[in-house]
Design a protein around this ligand. Sequence first.
Ligand code: ADP
Length: 399
Amino acid sequence: MKVLVINAGSSSLKYQFIDMETEAVLAKGLCERISIGGCITHKANGKVIVKEIDFPTHKEAFKAVVDCLTTGEGAVISDAKEISAIGHRVVQGGEVYSQSTLITDDVLKAAIDYSEIAPLHNPPIVTAIKACQEVFSKDVPMVAVFDTSFHQTMPEKAYMYGIPYEYYEKYHIRKYGYHGTSHKYVSERLAEILGKDIKDLKIVTCHLGNGSSITAVDGGKSVDTSLGFTPIGGVVMGTRTGDVDPTVITYLGEKENLTPAQMSEILNKKSGYLGISGVTSDDRDLRAAAEAGNHRAALAGEMQRYGIKKFIGAYAAAMGGLDAVIFTGGIGENSVECRSGVCKDMEFFGIKIDEQKNKELTGTEANISAEGSKVQVWIIPTNEELAIARDTKRIVEAL
Ligand code: ADP
């Protein structure tokens, strides 16, 4: 079985085409500038093919993907019929979808309904799925894999906010959590590496990228996570605030006379490392600026590491123990300084990393704990696409 995995945004579409017999990636790529131009970068057969093509909508982008997969130097199949199934990443599945599911009209309707609580994420995904359905034959089954599903195991005490209960009932305001596919993948991968039953492990998974979240995974289940109702709470991120006292928002709105949309723009796109440093949302650039003496860039980095450290402590307390910490995502996998800063002075807690391993093994799947560290510290590169492809295969095979 060959599965096409799609991760769609409002103006972009990432894809991977995976042979599920070997789990090898046959091709991968990115369509960019959808609706404002168009460019596809397709990688396959050791080649990188870049084409400027007009993409008025996602439909033209999907056609370009099929074209690249089936013709020319980057072709890996001779007919689109060899695409057995398509797996779509869907950000918000609400309280209904605690598992990945076959996409039906009802599922699409639910994803549209959930747009209200994921306004930046769900609408472009629904648009992309509809475009995909137009391009591919009705016989190609499509599966939705939700970022929120893994966190549906959180207990009520962890997912409820301290606001009047009626707002939960009326508007479904609660913590949903995100990056679930990644947290599930890396925690299960660690159990596999250690040859242990995941039921016996208490793990804190740190997915640190442009968006970041920390999750308490107890016995293979998410019991708490740092992102909430929308992907903005928890630790400070590239352009998102992380947790703030809610009154900051009403106070600032009144002072600056901001509409809710303007406020949302500030909290989601102008805050975090970018807002604090004033120069960048990118962790590498932030570090370079800090090294060049920029105090605010250094401060943003300190806030990043301090915030993550606090969540690790909190989640160890929540689980009543800790066996391992996992770092993943662009920053978690690659930033030596981030891992080092987070784990600094945590020996009292049973966490001690080997600084040399931390440097030398960066970006790889590796145990970076120092000898005798009670808690194991691991770097595990995430593979959300493979996790989506595996779920897609499982669901399609059961049809
Ligand atoms: P997204 O959340 O968009 O999937 P990624 O997981 O790709 O993001 O992470 C992007 C972040 O990872 C950026 O802040 C980038 O600077 C950081 N990053 C990528 N490579 C490195 C590296 N070698 N060292 C430090 N940070 C890195």
